[in-house]
Design a protein. Structure first.
Length: 94
């Protein structure tokens, strides 16, 4: 199992565009084989900080997700509105 938190920083004033792109990405991502959890979130303290809580059955399922048309469409839609590349923090249960 692969669990991580993807942190996506939007440029100030671009939060709405990035949030909308993440909402569009969520449905198709949840429908993928191997997706156990896909939850886009926003920081309460800073609206430019967006997070996605993700859990995949395997690294292969995650790799396949990153090659899907809907994932690439997100990167294109949000591209210029991002303050930098998404940061992934892999986690495990205690």
């Amino acid at each position: 199992m692969v669990k991580f938190i993807a942190r996506i920083d939007a440029k100030p004033g671009q939060e709405g565009l990035v949030s909308a792109a993440l909402r569009e990405l969520a449905g198709p991502s949840r429908a993928e084989a191997g997706c156990l959890q896909y939850v886009p979130c926003r920081s309460r303290e800073d609206a430019t900080k967006l997070l996605v809580l993700e859990e995949w059955e395997s690294q292969e399922a995650l790799d396949a997700h990153m090659e899907t048309p809907h994932f690439h469409a997100f990167l294109v839609a949000a591209g210029e509105a991002l303050a930098g590349p998404p940061q992934l923090e892999f986690v495990e249960p205690l």
